[in-house]
Design a protein around this ligand. Structure first.
Ligand code: MN
Length: 380
């Protein structure tokens, strides 16, 4: 077992605060109120935790991370994974990319934090497939890609995102990312494709192609880099194989510009066709298209109907139900996955909080697929 150091969690702090260890799964509060020195102690541990200088591994960390504490307690992490401070021994890194500079309707910078919050509702075993990702693989939340130069534009941010993901992928760690707008997929795909040694297959759920012609983009917007172009950029740089790419859920009013998808050889399943085929046939076709080679899943929340996920910048009516999306993802079991992202969750557009909750659940589907994929290849 790799040295998997985790720093302090709040349950440990509260145990110190109240002066004795908790018993059972629900902490018992001591009848005596905390002393001034205990409060100071808790404050010190919280500061050490926040500044990254805490050295002690709390003995109840594993218990805390294994879903036995109440849903409303503890530090929220992506999919309730342990919080990591080392990449050693890690199979899957859950990453937040709170960047929305590539979107005209922003708000997705708040996505990762809200997905962490709603992850509290998750459990650890997949209800339909029985996959237990945390038993199959070493999974951790490695935090956010903090854009150090947020006002330097999309291209600059994409360089920073690539640098971060290169460090993960070059170590053989598979990233699952919470966005952020869809422009982040391009630099992630660069790191993923470099580690895979060539272009990867792509399963792309989205209402939009995101393959705007780059020359037209530059002429009309002054830039090649925004959330309408991640896959035209990836195509131009040979990061994805268009013959091993399927786009599912496409719909909505179109701009007059050219989309590269079909001309490049991608399979596009728009919602009219999806309605006729159904999720199982579409998943089956996706399997045949991507085959056994390394494959990335990119899931834009706007693939879902706004009835299920209104919290996004470009909602389009007539989309997938959450069940249809789940059936598609579950239909992809056994493929060779090298990464996944879930993008465009914009909490400010959904005061109910349902969209980040759906995002956490769909990311759990992605985690189960990837954990199972790693586990199978390890056994071979
Ligand atoms: Mn998109």
């Amino acid at each position: 077992m790799a040295a998997f150091k985790a720093r302090h969690c709040l349950s440990s702090i509260s145990r110190r605060l109240w002066g004795r260890a908790s018993s059972g799964s629900f902490p018992q509060r001591d009848s005596n109120p905390p002393s001034a020195s205990a409060l100071a102690d808790a404050g010190r541990f919280y500061r050490e935790f926040s500044s990254g200088t805490a050295q002690e591994l709390p003995d109840d960390f594993a218990r805390y991370q294994h879903h036995k504490t109440p849903k409303f307690s503890g530090l929220p992490t992506l999919l309730k994974a342990p919080l990591a401070d080392t990449l050693e021994g890690l199979d899957i890194a859950l990453v937040g990319v709170p960047f929305d500079g590539g979107a005209s309707h922003p708000g997705t910078r708040f996505g990762p934090r809200e997905i962490r919050n709603k992850s509290s509702m998750l459990r650890k075993i997949h209800g339909s497939t029985g996959v237990a990702p945390f038993s199959l693989c070493q999974v951790a939340d490695v935090g956010d890609v903090v854009i150090k130069r947020p006002w330097h534009g999309v291209e600059s941010a994409q360089h920073e995102i690539y640098d971060y993901f290169r460090q993960l992928c070059s170590r053989g760690i598979i990233p699952i990312t919470a966005g952020g707008d869809h422009s982040i997929s391009y630099p992630i795909l660069r790191a993923v494709a470099e580690a895979a040694g060539g272009p990867v297959g792509l399963v792309h759920l989205d209402a939009h192609h995101d393959t705007v012609d780059l020359q037209e983009s530059e002429e009309s917007t002054g830039s090649k880099y925004w959330n309408g172009t991640p896959f035209s950029c990836a195509l131009a740089d040979g990061l994805i194989d268009p013959k091993r790419t399927i786009q599912i859920g496409i719909r909505g009013p179109m701009s007059p510009g050219k989309m590269l998808s079909e001309d490049a050889g991608m399979r596009v399943v728009d919602m009219e066709e999806f309605y006729d085929l159904g999720p199982k046939k579409v998943a089956h076709e996706a399997r045949e298209i991507v085959g056994d080679g390394p494959t990335y899943i990119t899931f834009d929340v706007d693939a879902l109907d706004p009835a299920y996920a209104i919290g996004t910048g470009s909602p389009e009516d007539g989309g997938l139900t959450t069940l249809e999306a789940q059936i598609i993802l579950r239909g992809l079991r056994g493929l060779h996955f090298v990464g996944a992202d879930f993008v465009c969750t914009s909490p400010p557009w959904d005061p109910t909080g349902n969209t980040p909750r759906v995002a956490a659940n769909m990311m759990f589907e992605q985690l189960c697929l990837i954990a199972e994929s790693i586990h199978r290849r390890r056994k071979q």
